[in-house]
Ligand binder design. Structure first.
Ligand SMILES: Cc1cc2nc3c(=O)[nH]c(=O)nc-3n(C[C@H](O)[C@H](O)[C@H](O)COP(=O)(O)O)c2cc1C
Length: 189
């Protein structure tokens, strides 16, 4: 008698990966991973700035990538990741979120460059994710060098954001982050 093996495991296998210079994008990716896990998915979280020799992107049913903006562009590790895995990314539902200070600006016109930087990333990597978002990041003054602190204080001041460098500020809207993850879960399902 032969045994017929059927794959009855319908749990989606999802990858949430990120590039993060001061940690805010990582926090956002972790929150998305938590939401997806709670929705019943099996989730792998990965930092694309680290070597990932055993990661096969083609094994996942859906992929979310997040990266943050510094001096007008996203981390090179994020660009490299997309270029190296573009066909696997195009084969499944995928999403990209871009974290920046510009996305936290109050005036929608001032926020427009955040979307432009995101579009530039997609153009330069030739990737067409199903969902995208610009997400307000943080001012991590406590982590910056003296020069970076002065620069960021100047930029924040011009944008009407917080300039007291004795503490850090978080502008991320966590409800929006969770909504984005839930919407992605629906797309994969
Ligand atoms: C040196 C430096 C340069 C930055 N340049 C930009 C920028 O060009 N545009 C922008 O919108 N935000 C800029 N930011 C803000 C970051 O995008 C924001 O702090 C984000 O939360 C960083 O995410 P991460 O902690 O995951 O790296 C900059 C921050 C630093 C420290």
């Amino acid at each position: 008698m032969s045994t017929l093996e059927t794959d009855t495991d319908t749990t989606p296998n999802l990858l949430v990966c990120y590039a993060s210079s001061e940690g805010q994008t990582e926090r956002i990716a972790r929150r998305m991973a938590d939401v997806l896990s709670s929705a019943g998915a099996h989730v792998t979280l990965a930092d694309v700035s680290e070597p990932l020799p055993s990661l096969d992107v083609g094994e996942f049913d859906g992929v979310i990538l997040g990266a943050s903006v510094h001096a007008g562009s996203h981390q090179r590790s994020a660009t490299r990741f997309v270029r190296a895995n573009r066909s696997a990314l195009e084969a499944v539902p995928s999403a990209f979120f871009s974290v920046s200070l510009t996305a936290a600006y109050d005036d929608p016109e001032d926020r427009a460059p955040a979307r432009e930087v995101l579009e530039e990333f997609l153009e330069s990597t030739d990737w067409n994710p199903d969902e995208t978002a610009t997400i307000p990041g943080a001012l991590a003054y406590s982590q910056y060098s003296r020069l970076k602190r002065l620069l960021m204080r100047f930029i924040a001041g011009r944008a009407g954001k917080d300039t007291d460098t004795s503490r850090d500020y978080e502008y991320t809207d966590w409800e929006d982050v969770e909504r984005f993850a839930r919407s992605f879960a629906t797309q994969v399902a």
